[in-house]
Design a protein around this ligand. Structure first.
Ligand SMILES: Nc1nc2c(c(=O)[nH]1)N[C@H]1C(S)=C(S)[C@@H](COP(=O)(O)OP(=O)(O)OC[C@H]3O[C@@H](n4cnc5c(N)ncnc54)[C@H](O)[C@@H]3O)O[C@H]1N2
Ligand code: MOO
Ligand code: MG
Length: 423
């Protein structure tokens, strides 16, 4: 078995998080497009600009069940002095008016139906009284109705040619509704990047296996697969790589052939079996960085091969999680044309003091709440790189720069909101 030479791993040039993100950004290649049915488009990124092919609404539409009227006919009408108007037509939604109105006449009309050209208002059914006498239907109106009442004008929501959705827009409920409205039943979206996920380490058991002394279950792979899915990618969990450099090289090489991105977890530090640290120094890939001034995840490493990215994330669950959120998530977003690939940055006040002093910027797991109309971020009680349990309780990362010293409750802090956050 080929082991790694730990002395070569000691020489690492740590770069800032933003610098590392910029490097990734400059190497990301925009993915291919595909057409999907609108019903499958939720959560995808639009690959084309969508312009309104017609105004919306494209006909003058009644907002109520009632009567289409010429508003001038109601001038001066009141309880004491009501007007009587003759009903000459009935217009269900989906039908067109069949009679041209003249003063003194109205059309029965349903919600969503086209208002006759001669009418300029719709009076609600409940505001009228209908009388049928010798085959003639009339309505009594006891108040003045202003022009435009209950009529939605053409183009109220959108005018023809308006840019409705820009390429790169994340398709969610509102966007799907727009696309359906304009008849886009098949939509061009960016393909989901395929992401090969490898764990490394001989201590790992499958999740279905019974625990054994000195071994742990491979939880990072499932965590990463979930993060990949959440970022719009298609995770492919591959068999764990044992601590053997040659085999690792071969497995990563194969993965590059079949998938768009390779993500590994573990084996990037200075341990004798930390093979990923050596793999990225070899000729097979071009290393982009192998140390970032952050905690957790200082050992986060990235490399590129023929335009495809390799992320070698830490094995420690907390560091693996943060490494994905800061680097892999944005890469997946950019591959899908996202305009906002990075975690949303907000300002919050600290819910509890944070006293750990760091040489590197620390991304502390935290939970968000709103107290007295203020966003409050409370650091997790256990936040070590090797702690897994508080990942589930966190909806933000609190950014603690090395210069900040002790932070007190109530201090303003920068936070990065995690995607599952309900705030
Ligand atoms: N002498 C030093 N030792 C360490 C340093 C250092 O600077 N000098 N850095 C520490 C820090 S910080 C981190 S983070 C870790 C990084 O470790 P690796 O990325 O090399 O990961 P491993 O050694 O493979 O494992 C670390 C830890 O994580 C567990 N692990 C690994 N894979 C998984 C998985 N798929 N699911 C769940 N848990 C996993 C593994 O068992 C170890 O406990 O290095 C420190 N050491
Ligand atoms: O730097 Mo280690 O990478 O998580 O804390
Ligand atoms: Mg290690």
């Amino acid at each position: 078995m080929e082991q790694s030479n730990s002395s070569s791993k000691l020489h690492r040039n740590a770069i800032q998080v933003q610098e590392a993100q910029a490097i990734i950004q400059s190497h990301v290649q925009l993915g291919d497009c595909e057409h999907v049915d609108l019903s499958e488009a939720k959560g995808r990124y639009l690959a084309e600009d969508i312009m309104a092919p017609h105004p919306y609404p494209h006909f003058r539409r009644s907002g109520m069940d009632g009567f289409a009227i010429i508003s001038g006919d109601t001038a001066g009408s009141s309880t004491e002095n009501p007007v009587w108007l003759e009903v000459v037509d009935e217009i269900p939604a989906g039908s067109l008016p069949s009679v041209a109105l003249v003063p003194g006449t109205v059309s029965r009309i349903m919600t969503g139906a086209k208002v006759p050209d001669e009418a300029d208002a719709v009076i609600m059914f409940e505001m009228t009284e209908t009388v049928v006498n010798q085959g003639r239907t009339t309505i009594q109106v006891k108040r003045e109705i202003e022009a435009g009442k209950n009529v939605t004008p053409v183009g109220l929501e959108l005018r023809e040619g308006d840019l409705i959705l820009e390429k790169g827009t994340f398709l969610s409920t509102g966007e799907i509704s727009v696309l359906a409205t304009f008849g886009v039943h098949q939509v061009s979206v960016f393909k989901r990047p395929t992401v090969a996920i490898f764990s490394t380490g001989s201590e790992l058991l499958g999740v279905e296996e019974a625990i054994q002394d000195g071994k742990i279950r491979n939880s990072n792979t499932y965590m990463l697969a979930s993060q990949v899915r959440d970022a719009g990618g298609d995770p492919i969990i591959l068999d764990a790589i044992q601590d053997d450099l040659q085999i690792a090289k071969q497995r990563v090489e194969e993965a590059f052939h079949f998938y768009d991105i390779v993500v590994t977890t573990g084996g990037v530090s200075v341990g004798d079996f930390d093979i990923m640290a050596d793999l990225v120094r070899g000729d097979e890939v071009t290393m982009l960085f192998n140390k970032v001034t952050m905690r957790p995840g200082s050992v986060t490493t990235a490399a590129v091969k023929e335009g495809k990215l390799l992320f070698a994330l830490s094995g420690n669950p907390g560091a693996c999680f943060v490494g994905f959120e800061l680097f892999v998530r944005p890469a997946l977003g950019l591959m899908q044309g996202s305009k906002q690939p990075f975690l949303t940055e907000l300002t919050a006040v600290l819910g509890r003091s944070y006293e750990k002093i760091n040489n590197f910027t620390r991304f502390v797991r935290g939970s968000l709440s709103i107290v007295d109309a203020q966003l409050v971020a409370t650091p997790a009680s256990l936040d070590e790189s090797n702690v897994m349990i508080t990942i589930k309780d966190s909806d933000c990362l609190i950014v603690v720069p090395p210069s900040s010293g002790v932070l007190n409750a109530g201090d303003k802090v920068k936070i990065l909101r995690l995607s599952g956050s309900s705030i």
